[in-house]
Design a binder for this molecule. Structure first.
Ligand code: WT7
Length: 651
């Protein structure tokens, strides 16, 4: 924990605090501080009160069955997520309200009312059914940020076919592995997507992936690009989306799903090379995202809510699609990049649709900071009333910039901590109640117990660092890792008995505020995206020139962390700039551009313990220019000094 304590030092100096603005408090969805005690005193009743706000075909008869580490919530309850996101709003007078406002990167845009979205979801569900899709079948999506992605998710939920969404930036090999892990029957993709004016060849990548995916029967292709994409449709396998839905009926009865039926699986990087399929189920997940969207974002009926994430990540699942739509809110979805055609694209979108709530990532805020405040200054951002951040710790400087330049010093900021596994936000301010301090995610959401423990499982005293743990089950928690209960237990529940270990280090201060410091395992966080050092290492050793590789995350002022790899080449292979570029391209091809190392350093030796374990901690010290930490466990302590000198000479 030596590294953590260094970070704590700098955080402890942050003393600016921001009270909830009185005009915000007056109108807030939650402004009674007693809620924390009430929720904590009887958390099952508290969560069941939330669940009651959803529409159930059949009510549950027991709130929680906790058999650690396996939880079941709202036992024997029956409901449908698509029904809760659509049908119930048609009955409550929102048929003609905007549900989805979509903005394409080239500047095209489209608004779907709840009535429109319901119709298109039903048509597509009928299309899927005509291909033989039924409850329980898995469906993979590899799509751009277009309305058909949201429609496909809700159609899957309507049938009860769990979806598995693979971020469009992943490679064909990553897509193939994720399809094979969950045995998907159908792939939904597009002829391409737009990113900074370029076309992303999703169909071409899909074709490569589908060469080795025996479970796939059909692939549905959305026409996003047209002629220019030059795609080849494979007869008997590929079907155009438009052809599939052309004559499909406008209605489709929502399947009655059990509360514990799987809603989706979403792959995320773990500490080993193989991504984990995080399983979320129906009733608990929907309750968690419904509740947190309503309270954390203070969501009202006339809000225009925009979360800038990609739906390929959990943030998009929970806070573009399911949370907002379960609340009957208007949600904005943007296809492209924040700097296309210019660096004011975000601010233009806010002005154009008069967005009231913005949820984005520290890395995006830091990029905007770098581009300059003249870009937001060109736009009327007065519609905004609440700002949020997620994905990585936010540095106080970025927080203050966001508050001043985007929030007009008027909007509260919610710094929300959670994970793919937690399903919904667990540590966050509530804008009508919590005094915020830049850099702290503050307190657990009502009903959640988050603590900071030392290695022996004792809570640390205020001001100290330790491991962030969750000591009580919550409705939207991960149920298992797809097909691997053992790995699920091992990953999250063995460090401390019956306690969920987050993999994060954190500090708790005198006010009980939590300061999340970042991962303490072999996972790195690049621009808010989780990457496993082991995954990058296996991609590197897969190259014919590489004998051994070690990767680490080095602090990066823009991305939070950047990948740096140390590579030992095979005998007779010599290092070169060309080889460095080739290895970077190899990682992109194997995993995707997000995992591409920023720097590759060729070395003859790697620091290892006597038992042969690579000491990545020391490599991080070298890459960050720190004094080397404890080297007493090294097998050969002299080599490390040499490596450090060589690295510094090369910088
Ligand atoms: C990891 C989870 C769920 C949101 C997107 C990332 C880091 C997330 C914060 C925050 C500090 C944060 C943690 C966590 N993280 N939010 N507000 N402050 N760190 O989801 O890919 O599952 O990654 O992101 O390290 O463990 P994910």
């Amino acid at each position: 924990m030596t590294d953590l304590n260094a970070d704590i030092e700098s955080l402890l100096t942050e003393n600016r605090s921001f009270l909830p603005p009185p005009e915000f408090v007056r109108q807030a969805n939650v402004n009674d501080p007693l809620i924390y005690e009430q929720a904590d005193a009887n958390f099952e009743e508290y969560w069941s009160n939330w669940a009651t706000q959803l529409d159930w075909f059949k009510k549950w008869n027991e709130t929680l069955d906790w058999n650690p580490p396996f939880a079941k919530w709202f036992i024997n309850g029956k409901l449908n997520v698509s029904y809760n996101c659509l049908d119930r709003h048609l009955q409550s007078g929102r048929r003609n309200k905007a549900a989805l406002i979509w903005e394409g990167e080239p500047g095209d845009w489209k608004v779907y009312t709840f009535g429109d979205l319901h119709r298109e979801v039903c048509r597509f569900a009928n299309g899927l059914k005509s291909l033989g899709v039924k409850k329980g079948d898995r469906i993979t999506m590899y799509m751009p940020m277009i309305p058909e992605l949201t429609i496909a998710m809700l159609a899957c939920a309507r049938i009860g076919a769990p979806h598995s969404i693979v971020f469009g930036g992943f490679s064909s090999e990553s897509l193939r592995d994720r399809i094979n892990d969950c045995g998907s029957k159908i792939l939904i993709t597009a002829d391409g997507g737009y990113r900074r004016g370029q076309i992303i060849p999703l169909k071409k990548n899909s074709d490569e992936a589908l060469e080795a995916t025996p479970s796939i029967e059909k692939s549905i292709v959305v026409k996003r690009i047209g002629e220019k994409a030059k795609v080849q449709m494979k007869p008997d396998r590929d079907i155009w989306w438009d052809d599939l839905v052309r004559d499909a009926p406008y209605t489709f009865e929502a399947e009655h799903m059990d509360s514990e039926d799987m809603l989706f699986v979403l792959y995320t990087s773990g500490t080993t090379g193989k991504p984990k399929g995080v399983v979320h189920t129906t009733g608990g997940y929907l309750t968690g995202v419904y509740a947190t969207t309503k309270w954390v974002f203070d969501l009202k009926d006339d809000d225009v809510y925009w979360c800038t994430a990609d739906i390929g990540w959990i943030t998009g699942h929970s806070y573009i699609v399911y949370g907002p739509l379960a609340n009957g809110a208007t949600t904005v979805m943007y296809e492209g990049s924040p700097d296309f055609p210019d660096k004011d694209r975000f601010w233009d979108i806010i002005e154009k649709y008069r967005c009231t709530i913005l949820y984005t990532a520290p890395t995006a805020i830091r990029a905007c900071m770098r581009w300059g405040e003249e870009y937001p200054a060109k736009h009327d951002l007065s519609s905004l009333r609440l700002l949020g951040t997620v994905g990585e710790p936010i540095n106080p400087e970025a927080w203050i910039w966001y508050h001043t330049n985007i929030g007009g010093s008027r909007c509260p900021i919610v710094d929300t901590w959670w994970q793919t596994e937690t399903g919904s936000i667990l540590i966050t301010p509530l804008a009508g109640l919590t005094t915020t301090i830049p850099g702290s995610a503050t307190k657990p959401f009502p009903g959640i117990r988050a603590e900071v423990w030392d290695a022996n499982g004792n809570p640390v005293s205020p001001g100290n660092g330790g491991y962030l743990v969750l000591t009580r089950p919550w409705p939207s928690m991960i149920r298992t890792i797809y097909g691997d209960n053992e790995r699920f237990k091992e990953q999250y529940w063995t460090k401390y008995p019956n306690t969920y270990f987050t993999g994060d280090g954190a500090k708790i201060d005198e006010n009980g505020y939590i300061w999340v410091l970042g991962r303490v395992d072999d996972v790195i966080n690049v621009a808010g995206h989780r990457i496993s050092t082991m995954e990058v290492e296996s991609a590197l050793v897969d190259h014919s020139s590489v004998a051994e590789a070690a990767s680490i995350g080095r602090s990066d002022s823009l991305k939070g962390q950047a990948v740096v790899s140390f590579v030992i080449l095979k005998d007779a292979i010599s290092s070169s700039k060309i080889l460095e570029d080739e290895l970077k391209a190899h990682v992109t091809k194997k995993i995707g551009a997000i995992a591409r190392p920023d720097k590759i350093f060729f070395t003859a030796d790697l620091p290892k313990t006597r038992s042969g374990k690579i000491m990545r901690r020391l490599l991080r010290d070298i890459a960050e220019g720190h004094v080397l930490g404890d080297t007493t466990t090294l097998a050969d302590a002299s080599a490390i000094e040499l490596l450090k000198d060589q690295y510094e000479d090369a910088e």
